[in-house]
Design a protein around this ligand. Structure first.
Ligand code: ADP
Length: 683
């Protein structure tokens, strides 16, 4: 895959040093059989070797013991102090097995002392075994890392050569990096760059590593970042302990072994990733009841779609969200879309495949579409950036109500966790959707019934009017057709009274149903309520006088225009004033008044009548409700007058209220929105 001259990320770097050129060459040739797995560097003396690896790590060192100027042991020691780390494996080649050499070698952690002559096959075996061992201890899972996002590592060290080397290692491993040169910069970068891991030097200017560590661990946003402390070899174990006590996850002593450091980094990142996933999952799960509550409060499908798509797309990191609704025949009725993006990308249409619906209906499960350009359930629309998708069904009690889709621009984005969470949310959404549909159906069923009822009453009332009128007419004629005896006259009077009541009832019913059917809304204009009140007051003076009542209208307003229907408004005033006269004994007082109040005209009809018991007050605006106690029982009526008042006032966007005390009197108050009003100038 890679070109030979490019740095080999996973190649094991082998340094061969021998002052005998042909030995180095022979060994190098033997190792070249290992192919691209190794990168061999050879040198003929220590100085040349150090120069060649000054900014490159060495994984395996094979060095001759006796060389001019610098012995193999000296080279091993120098490489141990190399800021970038010591080799993982060291082999010392010597012509003489001198006493004490092996002791020194083992003190210097030499893996093996090889006595010359060393056969190339032997070197080959040793190195391939070493590579194998290193692989097992440190080889990252290549496929896994490739699929995963790049981790970002903060390198905090004040020594530039250390930083350069560490950065190079990190780059080889495919990590992103940021660097900091002192304690304060480390804290700033930790905040700004939110790295996945920090390599932290202890001895740094401005703030030492321990102080930095303490601050990071005390910071709610940063405390979960794994930190590996880089300590100088001379650091004693008390310091190491202090670092670990302060919350370091690991420490590594300089000079460090590249492979070991990388292995530790990988381990910490693996743990962090698992912790991040748990944190994310917890967050996702805590969303479930929250979303459920939010959804169940909605009575509109569009609202539900918006909340559902927004919350799920954000939670799952999706690019776009779609909610497709189906009717009971499985036909698509609505398609709601959102895009989560800072570009102004439009949510794409999805070309919905019948096979997807069939599959979901059969399995009752959602589907992850790993690659949308290669999946029978999906057809990418042209120029659609979607590369993967997850689909969850919205199953009601009986039917598939719809599907919820989330899409992403990356292939293989959605995981099992995603689909499980999405399905859980979708099942809550399905309940909310079904409730909305039921609710809509019920109010729609209800409206229909109400309409049929009103039409029936309207027709019946209308048809009853004629026969009642004819009874009334003939009973009047009866008196003119010839002389009647007293009893006959009394009976005729009763017939006439009853027909009058019947006619009133029928007219009231007709009026109420017409208001409900909104048939009387045709004649809207600006009406002067003051003029109407004067007119109706005058109309009722006669009736009041018959009961020796004082009927008065008082106002400071010269006019008060409201927008509405004259006939309906007149009816309202008639009903209230008529009731006041009816339910007030002879000699009582009825006062009508009007005044402006916050953009409304407030009209009151006040009487000194029988009053209404508190228990009846909440019901007196109900249809056919009449008070059945005290003096009121003796008064004739049908219980529709106030229902009509309430309907009319509400149609005029006003309000009606009542206050009453038994045997003291009653006040009805109406408020109607004012168009304009003029006040009488006081003299
Ligand atoms: P009705 O035809 O019975 O008068 P309404 O709907 O106009 O029907 O009134 C409902 C009931 O409210 C009446 O039966 C009566 O008991 C009570 N009521 C209405 N207006 C007054 C009032 N001004 N004083 C006392 N009671 C009243």
């Amino acid at each position: 895959m890679e070109k030979n001259n490019s740095p080999k990320t996973d190649a094991v770097r082998i340094l061969i040093v021998d002052d005998h050129p042909s030995t180095a060459a022979t060994l190098a040739r033997a190792l070249s059989q290992l192919g691209s797995a190794v990168e061999v560097v050879s040198a003929t003396n220590g100085a040349e070797a150090l120069e060649k690896v000054k900014d490159k790590g060495v994984d395996i060192l094979i060095t001759d013991m006796i060389m001019p100027e610098m012995t193999g042991l000296e080279l091993i020691e120098k490489l141990r102090d190399h800021p970038g780390g010591k080799p993982a494996r060291t082999y010392l080649v010597t012509a003489y097995d001198v006493p004490g050499l092996k002791v020194t070698a083992s003190r210097l952690k030499v893996n093996e002392v090889l006595i010359k002559p060393v056969r190339p096959e032997r070197i080959y075996d040793i190195v391939s075994r070493a590579i194998e061992e290193m692989k097992h201890s440190t080889q990252p899972n290549k496929n896994a890392t490739e699929e995963k996002r790049k981790f970002k590592i903060l390198v905090a060290d004040d020594r530039p050569d250390n930083v350069t080397l560490l950065v190079r290692y990190l780059e080889y491993e495919g990590y992103d990096h940021v660097t900091a040169q002192d304690g304060e910069e480390t804290l700033i970068k930790a905040q700004d760059d939110t790295p996945d891991l920090i390599l932290l030097d202890v001895d740094m200017p401005k703030k030492n590593g321990f102080a930095v560590l303490e601050e990071i661990r005390a910071n709610e946003n940063l405390k979960h970042i794994p930190i590996i402390i880089l300590t100088a070899a001379r650091l004693d174990s008390a310091d190491v302990q202090e670092g670990l006590n302060l919350g370091a996850d690991d420490y590594i002593t300089k000079p460090f072994d590249r492979r070991e450091l990388m292995a530790r980094i990988r381990t910490k990142l693996r743990v962090k990733e698992a912790e991040d996933a748990t944190r994310r999952r917890n967050k996702e799960l805590s969303l479930l009841p929250e979303i459920g509550k939010e959804l169940s409060a909605r009575t509109d499908i569009t609202d539900i779609a918006t909340i559902l798509l927004k919350r799920t797309a954000e939670t799952l990191g999706a690019f776009q969200g779609h909610m497709v609704m189906l009717d009971s025949n499985g036909t698509i009725t609505n398609n709601y879309k959102i895009t989560v993006s800072n570009t102004d990308a439009q949510a794409q249409q999805i070309d919905l495949q019948e096979s997807l619906f069939n599959h979901i209906r059969e399995t009752r499960q959602g589907v992850i579409i790993e690659n949308t350009s290669d999946n029978d359930f999906w057809k990418n629309v042209e120029a659609d950036p979607t590369r993967s998708a997850v689909v969850a069904p919205l199953f009601g009690r009986h039917d598939l109500l719809g599907l919820l889709f989330l899409t992403h621009e990356q292939e293989n984005y959605f995981t099992l966790d995603h689909i499980l969470l999405l399905q859980a949310i979708a099942s809550q959404a399905a309940i909310a959707i079904e409730n909305v549909r039921l609710y809509q159906n019920v109010t729609e069923e209800q409206k229909q019934i109400e309409k049929i009822k009103n039409e029936f009453i309207a027709t019946a009332s209308h048809d009853l009017k004629n026969p009642i009128m004819s009874i009334s007419g003939y009973s009047t004629l009866l008196t003119k057709a010839g002389p009647l005896n007293n009893q006959q006259e009394e009976f005729v009077g009763r017939i006439q009274n009853s027909t009058k009541n019947m006619l009133e009832l029928v007219q009231n019913m007709l009026q109420l149903t017409e208001i409900d059917l909104q048939k009387m809304n045709g004649n809207q204009s600006d009406v002067d309520a003051i003029e109407l009140l004067k007119e109706i007051t005058a109309e009722y003076q006669m009736q009041a006088q018959q009961k020796e009542q004082k009927l008065d209208f008082q106002t400071t307003l010269t006019d008060a225009f409201v927008h509405g229907d004259v006939l309906q408004l007149k009816q309202t005033f008639r009903n209230l004033i008529g009731n006041a006269i009816k339910y007030t004994p002879n000699g009582g007082k009825i006062l009508i008044s009007a005044k402006p109040a916050n953009g409304f005209v407030e009209i009151q009809v006040q009487d000194t009548g029988y009053g209404i018991p508190a228990a009846d007050l909440p019901h007196i605006f109900d249809r056919f409700y009449r008070v059945r106690t005290g003096k009121t029982i003796e008064v004739e009526g049908n219980g529709l007058g106030l229902a009509i008042v309430k309907s009319i006032v509400e149609q005029h966007k006003g309000e009606v209220q009542v206050e009453s005390k038994v045997n003291e009197g009653t006040i009805f108050t109406i408020q109607l929105p004012l168009v304009s009003a003029a006040v009488l100038q006081s003299a």
